[in-house]
Design a protein around this ligand. Structure first.
Ligand SMILES: *Cc1c(COP(=O)(O)O)cnc(C)c1O
Length: 455
């Protein structure tokens, strides 16, 4: 066989025609979501005020293994998919490792991240149902950008509540969203009750994700024909992200490869859940036994130091409760630079798999993450998002271990996006101003104390 290319692009007709629903192959299901109003398992009807019908159905579907991707969604996927599977030859050489390092690059679209894979699906189904518009929140900005792109494509109005500090620090993120026609509002704002209340208490506040979610939800429920959408954590989002793993599977098959170790960064778990889906299927069925590793920031260690408990998915305590690894929905991580990984909980699917010891988790400190990001940029010429660089760090650490043990492992990691809007973070690393804050047990206890009581 000829030498494996630096970047393998599948053809357009190799874009998956179905999403893969990993839950259908899990021997035990994650615990059901609970409706906080009734304290009973949520029904699909309970979800209709929050999600459009098809997405509510997908959220609850734990039996259909493969779900057709509508042609309207595939048409937009074709604009930027399939995404390349890359071989990190230069990084391997620099590390002098016998390991083979592959990465799936999801940053080849304007949002600069994998989030577009689910944004398109969510906007499509909302449009199909005849909804009049969507609202969402964005912290770091990738999700807001992805949804702006998708809504503009399907002709659906979108209001994005953007955390005020981020709005001020990343003005170009805001401009990108506005270019796609989204209305971007710095949160807290005077457009909602929740925002006005917070502003009255603390006029100088820079906002928070929890506050932006509260505003976005209030705006959706008080505007006829609007719904609120979320870009991670949910089962439906992991389902849509399975395109990442399915394309990887096809590409690896073409190369005659199978990963020994699969690595992804984990914020709410959507890219990792999507990347590992077909490989976890093989692991659960006993066909293969890859190691699967979630990488989290040391400042927000949901899997490695969190509790496996029922909690709200949002800081505003409005959403249904899910059993997941969580630091408590009131936990506010220190301001590390990987905004997309500052989430208190973790996908219930990944939480269950981790609880059942089907996958591992590690934490990394952000200075080591940026060291890896800079090394990767120099070797592979892609400037990674700080979130993605968590996976790079762990992949490099595994490759170095291979150098020491002489084992030639095949490593696959998810490169979720690019970091062009994160140059403040890069500057602070390069100028030596970056620090590593790791929460103490007492810090974490305060988050656990706020967990809802469910029995
Ligand atoms: C949002 C984001 C993440 C983390 O989200 P997950 O749902 O855990 O995948 C990772 N990388 C990038 C570039 C992101 O934008």
């Amino acid at each position: 066989m000829s030498k494996i290319p630096h970047r393998l692009y599948l053809s357009e007709d190799q874009i998956p025609k179905q999403w893969y629903n990993l839950r259908a192959d899990m021997p035990e299901q994650p615990d059901p979501m609970i409706n906080p109003a009734t304290m009973k398992p949520a029904t699909v009807e309970d979800l209709y005020p929050v999600f459009c019908k098809e997405l509510a159905r997908q959220e609850m579907d734990s039996t259909t293994r493969y779900i057709d991707i509508p042609e309207g969604i595939r048409e937009m996927y074709k604009i930027y998919r399939p995404s390349p599977l890359c071989r990190a030859y230069n990084l391997e050489k620099a590390l002098q490792t016998p390991a083979k390092i592959y990465y799936k690059f999801e940053g080849n679209n304007t949002s600069g991240s994998h989030k577009l894979n689910s944004a398109i699906a969510q906007a499509y189904y909302a449009k199909e149902q005849g909804l009049k518009g969507l609202t969402t929140e964005t912290g770091a900005g990738q999700w807001g950008t992805a949804l702006s792109e998708a809504c503009s494509y399907f002709g659906l109005p979108l209001t994005v509540y953007m955390v005020k500090v981020s709005y001020q620090q990343k003005p170009f993120r805001k401009s990108v969203m506005q270019t796609f026609g989204a209305e971007v509002i710095a949160s807290p704002s005077d457009t909602t009750e929740a925002g006005r209340r917070i502003l009255a208490e603390n006029p100088e506040t820079g906002g928070s994700l929890g506050c932006a979610i509260s505003e976005a939800v209030e705006k959706a429920v008080s505007t006829e024909g609007y719904r609120y959408v979320l870009g991670s954590v949910l089962n439906q989002v992991l389902l849509h992200q399975s395109v990442i793993g399915l394309e990887c599977e096809t590409a690896m098959e073409m190369l005659g490869e199978y990963p020994d170790i699969i690595i992804g960064c984990a914020g709410g778990g959507s890219n990792l859940g999507g990347l590992i889906a077909p490989f976890m299927r093989d692991k659960l069925s006993g066909r293969h036994n890859p190691r699967i590793i979630a990488v989290e920031p040391a400042s927000c260690p949901s899997l490695t130091r969190g509790r496996y408990a029922y909690d709200f998915c949002d800081t505003g305590r409005i959403t249904p409760m899910a059993r997941m690894y969580t630091l408590g929905c009131g936990f506010i991580p220190s301001s590390n630079h990987a905004g997309g990984l500052r989430y208190h909980g973790m996908s219930p699917i990944l939480s269950k798999l981790y609880h059942d010891k089907q996958m591992e988790a590690v934490t990394v400190e952000q200075t080591r993450v940026f060291e890896a990001a800079v090394e990767f940029a120099k070797r592979e010429t892609i400037l990674p998002a700080p979130e993605s660089a968590h996976a790079i760090r762990a992949a490099m650490d595994e490759a170095i271990r291979c150098r020491e043990s002489g084992e030639s492992k095949t490593i696959l990691f998810g490169l979720t996006g690019t970091g062009y809007f994160d140059m403040t973070a890069y500057s602070s690393y390069i100028e030596g101003r970056m620090s590593d804050y790791i929460p103490t047990d007492a810090d974490l206890q305060r988050g656990f104390d706020g967990l809802p009581k469910v029995d």
